[in-house]
Design a protein around this ligand. Structure first.
Ligand code: SF4
Length: 70
């Protein structure tokens, strides 16, 4: 199986942020949904990646925990 060139490593800060929810489309595309967008209009629902600076960024303390939604 080939590696997907759109791997999460291209997401910048969102990659390791506690506020992200990774969404995968049926076609295999990966989107980064910022959950802060639900309560704060400063944050876009799908921030343009890579995000290199963000006031809402909080590092995920458990790097092995998946940010994917159920
Ligand atoms: S708070 Fe910032 S870094 Fe975190 S998911 Fe939202 S846009 Fe990405």
């Amino acid at each position: 199986m080939m590696d997907d060139p759109r791997m999460p490593s291209q997401a910048g800060l969102c990659e390791s942020c506690v506020n992200v929810q990774i969404v995968r489309s049926d076609r295999g595309s990966v989107f980064y949904l910022c959950r802060l967008s639900q309560s704060d209009p400063r944050f876009p629902r799908y921030p343009p990646i890579p995000v290199i600076a963000c006031v809402g960024y909080q590092v995920r303390l458990k790097p092995d925990a998946t940010p994917e939604g159920s």
